[in-house]
Design a protein. Structure first.
Lengths: 379, 394
């Protein structure tokens, strides 16, 4: 398959870009932040997003979705990255809907998928327990109890966990932290007794939650996939999340870069436009190359998810590692080249730096993924 | 089964049948590359047979048109061939400047007669070409070149000097930039001509490099007579061809690391620093650097693939080859710095049996030219700033 977007994918990109530029430019995020919005995102916008078919992008048509693929999901994520729009698209449409569509029972699909596609149900994917992403270390315990399981432990950095109608929780049913065997996924109602949720507003004004489970009781039919065999489903969902966030990072990095190049052509000092200085030209040209190389790696990862889902691991690691590092360079150069104005809250470029730091961390930073690749290659 | 799937099966079967086992072993050094040409001595019967069989199918140049001896494959078919060759570990049957540089320029600018004359010889590895571009006073500022070609009726009379001519002493023919109009602005008086290195008045002198090897030469032209029919394109319009060819040269140099011979850095490092109880390299800082370059190398492979696909789709910016050249050559230098760090003192042996006479150290030193030849990294960044980013005054 050629490593370029096809015509339909390009049209999808244009329509997502047009929609977001009109309805959710960066001023949208700024307003949510400044008004201290109680959810930190817009439900109306999410409804509109669903009406355009985006919420059901990974959901089969039989359940009201559009049944598209990971390349299409990545295309939308990249556009969300350009506008930094807080949206349940990642948590709900990609992580949760994707996992349920791939591994859920008929009953679980029926209960969740068409509501997600309609924008009427928000889900959050609860994996991390520590400050650094390391899913095999999951310790939150699920012990058999009565007709189901009793959950004990804490999840953090649960994106959209503060507004979720349901959670997918990765828990340990056997083995020790560090084992990939013994992990089970549960679909959980966050209003269950014993669950307490703290909204965590992150540095980028997007939202996550810290969720504590204190003898929270769930039924046996809450298990997504099979008991003790959850690693494969979890890893699949994480690979989708990682590649999606990598796409978002390409969008955010490229937008920050493009604004910077525009600034280099306008800003005058010493009687010249600062873009005439070779010191800046070379750094801009270097960054352009980094972004384009990363773009190729991310598209390759998306295509691999579509074609060989179970073998995408190494390419996903490459894509997320590259995207994290490249976007980080892009926002650092963006602030530096904008000079003093880049440091002001009034100017938008700082929002990119904040979002990229969060997205770099989400589902493993560049160091985590480089380490993964080294492990896969046995060194 | 789709057509492409059928092609994959056929290709796999053909390669398994026709690629000799010796040609499926990884190359130990650059010495094992097959360059072809009139003076070429095959290293083995297997190398000869492999070139012959691939050339017969046109698969030394899979995407060139069949009428000029190429494989006539579509981009997707060529990718399949490449992938199957990689899977089976097949070596490249032929590397050549004819394939990477002159061929694409002739396909675009050559006359029908020139295409029929020169392209099949490139496909078959019969003629080895060298590139007469740089001069002592025309390096980064290539367009200021001064080698002159005077119009003498039925021929040009060429006088001047080239430098950094790769393998000029081993090449059969040269594609050469010459000045045919001294009064015009520097970009508008250049022509692109071809001639036989055996012509009277051509002499070469290898330049000893820091690697102790001489891949480059000084090349002198003293009243060399070149037939008029060897002019490619129009008189004084050679700069356009020169630039087009450079985009191909840059993509080629950018990909240099991808064709690199030898063992992966991680294995070299495992031998010298060992693995810890968890199977990780015992030097964690070195391990981190190796992991980082692995990420970048794979990403670069995808970037090369995408650049080719964009070109095929008509969406490529020609200046993008400067990105590939810049990134690929810097990447190769990084790779060899890590190989030297991983190899430690063993890698420093210049004259000894176990070091294969300093093969790694010499290759490391050779890579330092990657970011100079074909236009320095700084020149590539200038081109990106000007032609892609459209920055002022670039």
């Amino acid at each position: 398959m050629p490593l370029v977007l096809n015509d339909e994918q390009s049209l999808l990109r244009d329509s997502a870009r047009g929609f977001l530029a009109k309805n959710a430019p960066i001023s949208h995020l700024r307003k949510l932040r400044d008004q201290r919005d109680e959810t930190g995102f817009s439900r109306d916008l999410w409804k509109q997003f669903a009406e355009m078919g985006f919420a059901g992008i990974l959901i089969p048509e039989a359940f009201g979705g559009t049944g598209l693929g990971y390349v299409e999901a990545g295309v939308v994520m990249e556009e969300l990255g350009r506008t930094l729009t807080p949206s349940p698209f990642l948590s709900t449409a990609l992580l949760c809907a994707g996992a349920i569509a791939r591994a859920g029972s008929e009953a679980q699909k029926k209960e969740n998928l068409s509501k997600i596609a309609a924008g009427a149900r928000i889900g959050a994917f609860a994996v991390d327990e520590h400050s650094k992403h390391n899913p095999s270390k999951i310790a939150l315990s699920a012990k058999r109890s009565g007709n189901g399981f009793s959950l004990n432990g804490t999840k953090s950095f649960v994106v959209d966990g503060h507004v979720a109608d349901f959670l997918i929780v990765a828990a340990r049913t056997s083995g020790e932290p560090g084992d990939t065997k013994g992990i089970t996924l549960f679909i959980v109602d966050p209003k269950t007794k014993g669950i307490s949720t703290e909204r965590t507003i992150m540095v980028d004004s997007h939202n996550a939650a810290r969720i504590a489970f204190d003898n929270a009781q769930v039924n046996a039919d809450a298990v997504l996939g099979e008991v003790d065999q959850g690693w494969k489903v979890l890893e699949g969902a994480l690979n989708v999340g990682r590649t999606a966030v990598a796409s978002e990072l390409v969008g955010a990095g490229e937008e920050a870069f493009s604004r910077t190049v525009t600034y280099l052509k306008e800003r005058k000092q010493f009687g010249k436009r600062i873009g005439e200085f070779q010191a800046l030209q070379h750094r801009a040209a270097h960054l352009y190359g980094e972004i384009e190389i990363t773009r190729a790696a991310v598209l390759k990862a998306l295509q691999t998810l579509d074609e060989h889902f179970d073998h995408a691991g190494p390419i996903v690691a490459i894509a997320k590692a590259r995207a994290g590092a490249t976007a980080t360079l892009a926002v650092q150069e963006a602030v530096q080249m904008h000079g003093g104005i880049g440091m002001t809250d009034e100017f938008d470029i700082g929002f990119f730096m904040k979002r990229v730091r969060v997205a770099q961390e989400l589902f493993g930073d560049a160091n985590f993924h480089a380490d993964q690749l080294a492990r896969l290659n046995r060194y | 089964m789709s057509d492409l799937e059928a092609f994959r099966k056929e290709t796999r079967a053909w390669l398994e049948k026709n690629c000799p086992p010796e040609m499926r072993k990884p190359m130990q050094s650059e010495e094992e590359i097959c360059w072809g040409g009139r003076k070429w001595k095959f290293h083995s019967e297997a190398q000869r047979v492999w070139l012959e069989r691939m050339a017969e199918k046109g698969w030394t140049v899979p995407e060139w048109p069949k009428e000029y001896g190429g494989g006539g494959l579509s981009r997707e078919e060529a990718k399949i061939l490449q992938k199957e060759m990689r899977t089976l570990g097949c070596r490249s049957p032929l590397d050549s400047f004819g394939i990477w540089m002159l061929g694409p320029a002739l396909l675009k600018y050559g006359s029908e007669e020139q295409k029929r004359e020169y392209l099949p010889q490139i496909v078959q590895g019969k003629i080895r070409w060298c590139q007469g571009y740089s001069e002592p006073n025309a390096g980064s500022d290539l367009a200021s070149l001064a080698t002159k070609a005077e119009d003498k009726g039925d021929h040009f009379l060429v006088n001047g000097q080239k430098i950094w001519t790769s393998y000029a002493d081993k090449a059969d023919w040269i594609f050469c930039l010459v000045r045919t109009d001294f009064s015009a602005p520097k970009h508008e008086g250049i022509s692109f001509i071809l001639f036989d290195m055996q012509s009277k008045g051509v002499s070469t002198k290898p330049i000893l490099l820091i690697s102790g090897k001489s891949p480059f030469c000084e090349t002198f032209f003293d009243n060399v007579e070149v037939p008029k029919k060897n002019l490619v394109g129009q008189l004084n319009k050679g700069w356009e061809i020169a630039k087009y060819l450079l985009t191909h040269e840059r993509a080629m140099i950018g990909g240099i690391g991808l064709r690199a011979a030898g063992r992966p850095v991680s294995q070299v490092a495992a031998d010298s620093v060992g693995l810890d109880a968890d199977g990780r390299l015992a030097d964690p800082v070195l391990r981190g650097k190796i992991a980082e370059i692995s990420v970048d190398e794979m990403a670069f492979v995808f970037a090369m693939e995408r650049a080719g696909d964009l070109a095929k789709a008509g969406q490529a910016n020609p200046a993008f080859s400067s990105v590939l050249k810049y990134y690929g050559s810097e990447l190769n230098k990084r790779r060899y710095e890590l190989l030297m760090a991983a190899g430690g003192a063993d890698a420093l042996e210049w004259e000894s049996k176990r070091s294969k006479e300093g093969a790694l150290a010499r290759a490391w030193l050779r890579t330092k030219a990657n970011s100079i030849e074909g236009g320095t990294s700084e020149v590539q960044l200038n081109i990106v700033a000007k032609r892609i980013l459209d920055l002022p005054g670039a």
